[in-house]
Write a protein that binds this ligand. Structure first.
Ligand SMILES: Cc1cc2nc3c(=O)[nH]c(=O)nc-3n(C[C@H](O)[C@H](O)[C@H](O)COP(=O)(O)OP(=O)(O)OC[C@H]3O[C@@H](n4cnc5c(N)ncnc54)[C@H](O)[C@@H]3O)c2cc1C
Length: 359
């Protein structure tokens, strides 16, 4: 019987597997595909990312440094309101390589990572969890003291155990133009319903165009409108779901969710790489596989760490749906040099930052 079976080797699963293997637990990870693929992410992250990977990985992962964002109420020809910092606000990284690096860290720590293994069913018992796993046309059952559902926005673990769904699933799409761009700023267009479209310079890796919106909206047509407005042809089109709004509970007696499976994402950007790994560290520090009562501590502590930021992030996102004239006034008033941390909307509302804005 394993201590932990981790379903999914994305950032949340690999980080949790690494930390629990380092603590001496018997940890197995099942990943249905090849780690890191298919890509459905911009890899635009705060500089905190470097705390989670070995120093030697930096040169493989790093693509560009971002200093600011130009907000537009309309398309590329509309006025831009620039928010910037002199130092780097964020980095753009190779997301496929990030996942491979994190999975390798988990393996180095002693976790067994199995690619091409799909978990098709999860059954919870009083004293263990039994998983059905399929690989190469064969099916096996695996027993574990606890299971970590790190299987992304449409989590099978969440559904098998009857846990509540996230409040919302947005549909995100992106594609690339090969032309190198070493620019400092990302462009944000408040033109997608209830969310936004973006243009991200990725250094020698080219330029990324993308957007997210609620699934009822024709996201592909909105994407074509964005790239037509920029007059670019893109390739490597990718698509994925973005969960927003964590369920009221992400734990059962012997199972728990981390990352997108638990909708641990920023409501105002959809970003979940760092929130997922933050929650993975909380889970590894609080959960004892021999003591189901410790799951209560995970549920409380990840919310202590992230829930306030998620609530404030929801408030920021509500501004994307304000009438255009109000958006213009707000953007004009607030643009300029900022002192905020990309993952922490609370830094925007800090006394220091408000004094700087209005002082
Ligand atoms: C278009 C788009 C752009 C984005 N851009 C950014 C960004 O710039 N910055 C950012 O921070 N976030 C971004 N995100 C969000 C980010 O991709 C996620 O928050 C992040 O990947 C969540 O990590 P995770 O480990 O929880 O889940 P995932 O990365 O989704 O990993 C889940 C893993 O589980 C595996 N899996 C699923 N089901 C099973 C199963 N039954 N059995 C075995 N394995 C299974 C999957 O193959 C996958 O490898 C973006 C998302 C989208 C859609």
């Amino acid at each position: 019987m394993h201590d932990f079976v981790v379903v999914g080797a994305g950032p949340a699963g690999s980080r949790f597997a690494r930390r629990t293997a380092e603590a001496g637990h018997d940890v197995v990870v099942f990943e249905k595909g090849d780690v890191g693929t298919p890509l459905a992410c911009s890899g635009h992250v705060s500089t905190d990312i470097w705390e989670y990977v070995p120093e030697t990985a930096r040169s493989r992962l790093f693509q560009t440094e971002v200093h600011g964002a130009r907000f537009h109420v309309g398309g590329p020809d509309s006025s831009a309101y620039r928010f910037y910092k002199h130092e780097a606000v964020s980095n753009v990284i190779d997301r496929v390589e990030l996942d491979r690096t994190l999975a390798a860290c988990a393996e180095d720590a002693g976790a067994a990572v199995h690619e091409g293994h799909t978990v098709t069913h999860v059954e919870e018992h009083n004293d263990r969890v039994v998983l059905t796993v399929s690989a190469d046309g064969e099916t096996q059952t695996v027993e574990t003291r606890m299971v970590a559902g790190c299987d992304g926005p449409t989590s099978r673990v969440r559904r098998s155990l009857g846990l509540e769904e996230p409040s919302e699933l947005l549909h995100g799409v992106l594609a690339f133009d090969d032309e190198p761009d070493h620019g400092d700023d990302v462009d944000v267009h408040l033109t997608a319903p209830r969310f936004f479209a973006w243009r991200i310079p990725r250094g020698d890796a080219g330029v990324e165009y993308g957007l997210a919106a609620p699934p009822g909206d024709d996201v592909s047509a909105l994407f074509d409108r964005l790239t037509d407005a920029y007059d670019v042809e893109t390739e490597h089109f990718c698509s994925g779901a973005i969960p927003i709004g964590p369920p009221s509970s992400v734990t059962t007696r012997r199972a728990f969710l981390i990352g997108d499976a638990a909708a641990q994402t920023k409501p105002f950007t959809g970003g979940g790489i760092l929130y997922g790994m933050t929650a993975a560290d909380v889970a590894a520090a609080t959960i004892d596989p021999t003591d189901p009562s410790t799951l209560g501590a995970y549920e409380t502590e990840w919310r202590d760490e992230l829930e306030r930021e998620i609530r404030l992030g929801r408030f920021v996102r509500a501004c994307y749906s304000l009438p255009e004239p109000v958006q213009r006034v707000g953007l004009r008033a607030l643009s300029g040099e900022i002192g905020v941390h990309m993952d922490r909307p609370s830094s925007f509302f800090s006394r220091e930052h408000l004094r700087r804005l209005f002082g």
